[in-house]
Design a protein around this ligand. Structure first.
Ligand SMILES: Nc1ncnc2c1ncn2[C@@H]1O[C@H](COP(=O)(O)OP(=O)(O)OP(=O)(O)O)[C@@H](O)[C@H]1O
Length: 637
């Protein structure tokens, strides 16, 4: 959020010359975007606008014919008769121009959602593929916030304003061209009326930016407060801590301040506008005086002067559009620039081996007998201390190994590195002898099931919460047997039995018919999700923190059998024979750890003890201490 309005300084210091210098690049960027979004609509928008400009000029010039006929010395009926052909041309040109403008407007309106889709997809494709360390980097997150908020919003606007710049320019060129044809002196006169309009518009826009700048803090505060007052997740605490009046007072204070600033700016903008309009009036009067003098001196016939008045008015309208569009296009172009640079930076942070185009991609063996972690060191971006420091660990297929240690000792980090979610800074993680850094990360993830410590409450149906969209063998009206087995193993079946629409129940109270689950019920679903994935490595990170005693006991028993589940002669589901699944268990419930094949004890990112329960108890180190503490709490020995 700190950089939310990072462009404000740049905007407040921007004058007309900066805008003129940088605008072409912004327009090119917008044109490229529109082209990629829809070539047809982009072309139609430009061509129809150009054609409309031609008809504007044509209409203005045809008007001279009408006026010449009307101002001739012939009797009135024949003057009107003489004017009729030119009048028909004017009417035809006006109608055609209106039709072309409507067509251009329609094509432009069609472009907008296509541009939105394009930029959103690019952003989400990048954010879902970047290396996880990018999302731990606060600068990257700041840039992401700006790209996602103001940046995304700016994309259709930059295209829209670029088209407006084009429309305004074409209108101006048409009016200016007409004036040039009518009399060479008229062109500078039109430009003379443009100056006050341009000045007032730039000044007023800069005031708006300054206001935005001064209101950044207040606006953010208001967002936070409104979030606290409307979000369901805060509702219970807002009431139980009787915070309503306090929050409303705070909100009102911020809103009043904002209103005062906005009113002040509105007043000053009004003064600038009136001044600009007055100057424009003076300039226009000057133009009319000049026209009058030319008429008087006989330098121009009356009909031409009449057309000139019309052309000047048309030119002024186009000019107003142009000045406004140039300002807005430049402003939105800056925000869009943020979006583009973020996307480029994010795309650079997608590991090359994850790209489908990657040339040298290794392959994970179909069946791997062991996972080896060799001397791994890892520091999170922005952290001073390494979270893992020279860790080595070996797991054979079919084993249950446990990671134990106090809070912050590095267990989750090690599990994530073993699952290929992070690359170590030094050292090596290999599966079946193949280093993970040589294979596409998605191949590794496809072989891992994670029951995470912090899992997502997916706002989807109960079924989707287990299968994550990977339903298998689902005959009409039948549930996937593998899903039912996973739900039984985790106790999620009991949760679903209590839901009104069973597996079809939407688990989000924000939607009609959505159900709310308790913390433990959510955890059972998260565990079912882990069991459902038929993956050789199962990582359970605090899988029982929210479970009741019975469910916890059942789960640990199930984890043990899970490791043996695939040790089936001849293999399972067409896979070669295996030595069972491998389970990496992280838990503070040490009673459940004693049955692990091997236990690694971590402290400050290092493995300090290793062995089975009996060996670790015998050595009397940290594990024995922690175990004895828990055992004493239960009065056990
Ligand atoms: N995303 C992150 N960015 C920066 N530091 C992190 C991040 N995640 C964890 N850490 C730090 O890394 C260290 C190890 O954290 P980790 O989560 O691996 O510990 P843990 O042993 O799993 O702890 P717990 O038992 O509390 O779950 C801690 O000091 C923590 O502050």
């Amino acid at each position: 959020m700190t950089n939310w309005h990072a462009r404000d300084k740049e905007l407040t210091e921007t004058g007309m010359s900066t805008i003129a210098r940088r605008l072409p690049a912004v327009i090119l960027q917008a044109a490229g975007l529109a082209w990629r979004a829809s070539r047809r609509d982009a072309l139609v928008t430009v061509c129809l606008n150009l054609a409309a400009g031609v008809f504007t000029a044509f209409w203005l010039l045809a008007t001279t014919g009408v006026l010449s006929a009307l101002f001739s010395s012939a009797p009135t009926p024949s003057r009107v008769r003489d004017a009729l052909p030119a009048l028909a041309l004017v009417a035809g040109a006006v109608a055609l121009r209106a039709g072309l403008q409507a067509g251009a407007g329609w094509a432009q309106a069609r472009l907008e959602p296509q541009v939105e889709r394009l930029v959103e997809l690019r952003l989400y494709e990048a954010t879902t593929a970047v290396d996880l360390t990018a999302l731990d980097d606060s600068d990257f997150l700041d840039d992401l916030k700006r790209a996602e908020g103001r940046g995304l919003m700016s994309a259709p606007l930059v295209v829209q304003h670029a088209v407006d710049v084009l429309t305004g320019t074409i209108g101006m060129v048409a009016a200016a061209g007409t004036l040039g044809v009518l009399h060479p002196l008229l062109l500078p006169l039109l430009l003379f009326t443009a100056v006050p309009e341009g000045w007032a518009s730039v000044r007023s826009a800069r005031m708006r930016y300054l206001m935005m700048l001064s209101l950044v803090g207040v606006t953010r505060r208001k967002w936070i407060l409104s979030d606290l007052m409307v979000e369901r997740s805060h509702a219970a605490e807002v009431r139980s801590f009787t915070m309503r009046d306090f929050l409303l007072r705070q909100y009102d204070g911020a809103a009043s301040y904002q209103r005062r600033v906005e009113l002040d700016v509105a007043r000053r903008q009004a003064i600038v506008k009136v001044t600009g309009d007055m100057l424009k009036g003076v300039a226009t009067a000057g133009v009319y005086v000049a026209l009058g003098v030319m008429l008087w001196k006989g330098a121009m016939p009356l009909a031409v002067a009449g057309t000139a008045v019309l052309a000047i008015r048309t030119g002024q309208t186009s000019l107003a559009t142009l000045v406004y569009a140039v300002n807005r296009c430049y402003e939105e172009g800056l925000y869009f620039g943020d979006y583009v640079s973020f996307c480029v930076a994010a795309e650079e942070r997608v590991p090359p081996r994850a790209l489908p185009s990657a040339k040298e991609r290794g392959r994970l063996p179909d069946d791997f007998a062991r996972i080896d972690v060799e001397d791994v060191t890892f520091t999170y971006p922005g952290s001073e201390e390494p979270s893992l420091n020279g860790v080595s660990l070996h797991v054979r297929q079919g084993e249950v190994i446990a990671l134990v240690g106090e809070n912050g000792s590095g267990k989750t980090t090690l599990a994530k590195i073993m699952a290929g979610l992070y690359d170590p800074d030094s050292g090596l993680v290999s599966w079946g002898g193949v280093p993970l850094t040589e294979v596409p990360p998605q191949d590794v993830w496809a072989n891992v099931a994670v029951i995470a410590q912090e899992y997502t409450h997916w706002p989807m149906t109960a079924r989707q919460n287990v299968t994550m969209g990977h339903d298998r063998d689902r005959a009409a009206g039948q549930e996937d047997p593998a899903m039912l087995a996973a739900a039984r193993a985790s106790g999620a079946d009991e949760v679903v039995d209590g839901l009104s629409r069973g597996y079809d129940t939407l688990l989000d109270r924000r939607f009609k018919g959505g159900a709310e689950l308790s913390g433990g019920q959510w955890q059972r679903l998260a565990v079912a999700r882990g069991f459902f994935r038929d993956a050789p490595l199962l990582i359970c990170d605090e899988p029982t923190a929210a479970l009741d005693a019975r469910a916890e006991h059942h789960l640990f028993e199930r984890i043990r059998t899970h490791a043996d589940a695939r040790a089936v002669p001849g293999g399972v589901g067409g896979r070669p024979p295996t030595g069972g699944r491998t389970v990496l268990l992280i838990t503070h419930r040490l009673a459940s750890v004693r049955y692990a094949d091997r236990i690694y004890v971590l402290e400050h990112g290092k493995v300090i003890e290793e062995g089975d329960h009996t060996a670790l108890m015998a050595c009397g180190g940290l594990y024995a201490d922690l175990y004895s503490l828990q055992a004493a709490a239960y009065g056990a020995t």
